[in-house]
Ligand binder design. Structure first.
Ligand SMILES: Cc1cc2nc3c(=O)[nH]c(=O)nc-3n(C[C@H](O)[C@H](O)[C@H](O)COP(=O)(O)OP(=O)(O)OC[C@H]3O[C@@H](n4cnc5c(N)ncnc54)[C@H](O)[C@@H]3O)c2cc1C
Length: 453
């Protein structure tokens, strides 16, 4: 009996899954395997651990509906895969091609180990991203450093065709696995964390395409409207494939769909930068020779949502409560930390990664670098003024009132400047803090630091 192994990583789905499809076509039986990698245990924040538990249970359910099941093991990935290959005498292992330095190392080590066991490693492109890193490049360079030309080439290349979900999955007898993890066993999870799993992801995509995407172009920056897809955790864990999302969005048609697909291209863009420059996960992509401040009390106020700037605080509290934050919130809170407080982007990126359910090295680190002006932004010194941002993207203050209970009774846009309240109104704000920094001072400090005076 020909046995192949499918190693699931950030592709926890049965729909549009080229590795699973290829294994089922070539083999008589397949081992769907997920290894809880003890090497990255520290990286997996509680919110992602909990979401992952949902995803594994749902993937197992999806495979069981087709006559199979998910085998879960814990340990070093290469060792665990090698054990399963030996136990089942498998002749090939299929995996989605990764983009991070970690994924590349894992792939190299797997290939070496499997070769010694007489087993092939087949890495499949177009599973984690729509267009594989390196598939489109500028002349004489290994990646695009500017989004607009990347997007042009990306659109011309297009995604591969969608692969149908299998009808049947046959798993060889006797392959042992662990009890599946449960969300309830994970401590420290954000109370408003979304549900994980392919079923939840597909339902979300369907309702988004039916009733959300049409208004996306006009409303994606409306903080209170919350009118983005919220698909990012599903794209991160691969419970929705980006290729299928792009095809189905295109089929929906219209300017909203085009704008949404463009965001998927941004996702691919950051992945191709990280694939070519893995050090960008921790080092400046384009240094500005910053000598960042260490400001522990201000950083703590930022993390806690107590900077005294309500729109910043609302977004930081949304992050803590949901393990997710609106993109406009991510932009303005990041600008506040790196530009207004002039604190190292790595400090902010680390905090985001400790909470974000969609937290991922390519998108998080490179968006942080974009906002810090050390990444791919062609305007590295842009500063987002939180008051201007509030006026533009939360004009009535509804977003702030939702997330900052101390300010819930302040009507209209006055909620953005609580320090202007006087007398009894001021007393009613309880212990909501005064601003921790005067914005013009922060701007002047940043300009001095970057020699922009
Ligand atoms: C400082 C900062 C940190 C970020 N960290 C992450 C992160 O760790 N993980 C993450 O997935 N996104 C990150 N983003 C990008 C973006 O904010 C989120 O992808 C988006 O808010 C997710 O919400 P959504 O699914 O409703 O997005 P939608 O607006 O519905 O967009 C659809 C999809 O496109 C992709 N996308 C959208 N915007 C971007 C972008 N700027 N860069 C890359 N992909 C994008 C996402 O996969 C998203 O799910 C970060 C942005 C900033 C400014």
């Amino acid at each position: 009996m020909r046995v192949h192994v499918v190693l699931f990583t950030s592709d926890l789905r049965v729909h549009d899954h080229p590795p699973l499809r290829a294994a089922l076509t070539a083999a008589d039986a397949v081992v769907p395997l997920f290894v809880r990698d003890t090497g990255v245990a520290g990286f997996l924040a509680a919110n992602r651990e909990a979401f992952l538990a949902d995803c594994l249970r749902d993937l197992d359910a999806g495979l069981r509906e087709r006559g199979g099941r998910l085998v879960v093991r814990s340990g070093a990935v290469v060792d665990e895969v090698a054990k399963v290959v030996t136990e089942t005498d498998a002749c090939a292992v299929h995996v989605a091609g990764g983009v991070s330095a970690y994924a590349h190392r894992r792939e190299d080590r797997l290939r070496d180990t499997l070769r010694r066991l007489g087993c092939d490693l087949v890495a499949h492109d177009g599973v984690v991203t729509c267009v594989p890193p390196g598939a489109v490049t500028p002349d004489a360079r290994d990646h695009f450093a500017v989004f607009t030309p990347y997007h042009r080439h990306w659109a011309r290349h297009g995604p591969r065709a969608v692969v149908r979900a299998p009808r049947a999955v046959r798993v060889p007898d006797g392959v042992g696995g662990e009890v599946l993890p449960e969300r309830a066993d994970v401590a420290g999870v954000s109370p408003g964390l979304a549900e994980g799993g392919e079923r939840a992801g597909r339902a979300l995509l369907t309702s988004w395409l039916r009733s959300g995407i049409g208004a996306y172009e006009d409303r994606h920056d409306d903080l209170a409207g919350d009118a983005t897809s919220r698909l990012s955790p599903h794209l991160h864990f691969g419970t929705i494939g980006p290729v299928e999302a792009a095809h189905r969005a295109r089929a929906a048609g219209g300017p909203g769909a085009e704008a949404f697909v463009r965001q998927l291209a941004w996702r691919d863009f950051h992945h191709q930068v990280l694939a070519a420059r893995p050090d960008a996960a921790h080092a400046d992509y384009r240094t500005q020779h910053d000598h960042w401040r260490r400001a522990p009390r201000e950083v703590e106020a930022w993390q806690e949502g107590r900077t005294g700037y309500p729109v910043v605080d609302a977004a930081m509290r949304q992050l803590r409560h949901e393990g997710w934050m609106h993109n406009r919130g991510r932009l303005l809170t990041a600008s506040f930390l790196v530009k207004t407080l002039y604190v190292d982007w790595r400090v902010g990126a680390r905090h985001f990664l400790s909470l974000l359910v969609d937290g991922d090295v390519a998108n998080n680190q490179l968006n942080w670098q974009w906002m810090a002006g050390t990444g791919t932004d062609s305007r590295p010194n842009r500063v987002l003024n939180p008051l201007t941002q509030a006026k533009r993207y939360d004009p009535d203050g509804a977003y702030v009132r939702r997330w900052v209970p101390e300010l819930a009774d302040v009507e209209g846009s006055a909620v953005h400047t609580p320090w202007k309240a006087a007398g009894l109104d001021r007393a009613a704000l309880g212990d909501y803090p005064d601003p921790i920094v005067h914005l013009p001072d922060g701007l002047a400090r940043f300009k001095r630091a970057r020699n922009l005076d």
